[in-house]
Design a protein around this ligand. Structure first.
Ligand code: TMP
Length: 222
């Protein structure tokens, strides 16, 4: 299967947020939701793996159980399929702004980069799972914008230390997160217009201004 990777015009907006664990996405996602709501937009806030009752069950397995990389990839894509069908596509069709904490770039970064799983298989699964019938035939659903919070693994590890009990991924060594970061960089290089790359080591305020700038540049917030 070789479907075009073009986004179809739907009334909504789809923005994803990426970065290694500890990069500090969450506060900015909430703040962006409030900024859109203040301008009268309905917002659907969601996350991956997860976002629906079934996908949240799969999330618990992926984050806590030991499994081989292919099983992990299949589970995150199964969760993604349900999430798209049940939540994301209906929200975009209604005209919502969908703010999603991680999406498929995380699979390429964590399962592909971190765990070394085959990228061609991930691309095949991406096309299979994210294909959607539109007015002009099938297309592959992708975020309209991906905000990548880029942070050196050693800084992220210091931020995470002692904050909470680490899940399976958070407990990985710095070398794992270097490969994850490399995975994100490769994704950016294959689709640079989709990405806003933000230096997450800066102060929270500076990072927030960069997030706003990325969204305003698209003309989506005034
Ligand atoms: P988070 O919601 O706290 O960011 O945790 C989700 C974890 O799952 C995070 O460590 C990244 C990982 N993950 C994958 O390994 N593959 C994926 O496709 C996604 C979406 C997340």
């Amino acid at each position: 299967m070789n479907l075009p990777l073009s986004a179809m015009a739907t009334p909504g907006l789809f923005i994803s947020f990426e970065g290694i664990d500890g990069a500090g996405k969450s506060t900015h996602i909430d703040a962006l939701a409030r900024a859109f709501e203040a301008q009268g937009r309905a917002v659907t806030l969601t996350r991956e793996p997860g976002g629906t009752p079934l996908a949240e069950k799969l999330r618990a397995l992926v984050l806590n159980d030991t499994m081989d990389a292919m099983t992990e990839a299949l589970l995150v894509f199964a969760a993604r399929r349900d999430h798209l069908q049940q939540l994301i596509e209906p929200a975009l069709a209604r005209g919502d702004v969908v703010l999603c904490d991680r999406f498929t770039d995380a699979t390429f970064a964590y399962q592909g980069g971190g765990r070394g799983f085959d990228l061609h298989t991930l691309s095949f699964l991406e096309q299979l799972v994210q294909s959607k019938r539109g007015l002009e035939g099938y297309f592959v659903r992708q975020p309209d914008l991906t905000i990548w919070f880029e942070l050196a693994p050693d800084i992220a590890a210091r931020r995470l230390a002692g904050v909470r009990v680490p899940d399976k991924f958070e407990a990985q060594p710095a070398a794992f997160f270097s490969r994850v970061s490399e995975g994100y960089l490769q994704r950016l290089q294959t689709d640079p217009q989709r990405f806003a790359r933000i230096a997450a080591a800066n102060s929270r305020e500076t990072v927030w201004l960069e997030v706003l700038r990325a969204v305003r540049q698209k003309g989506w917030l005034t």
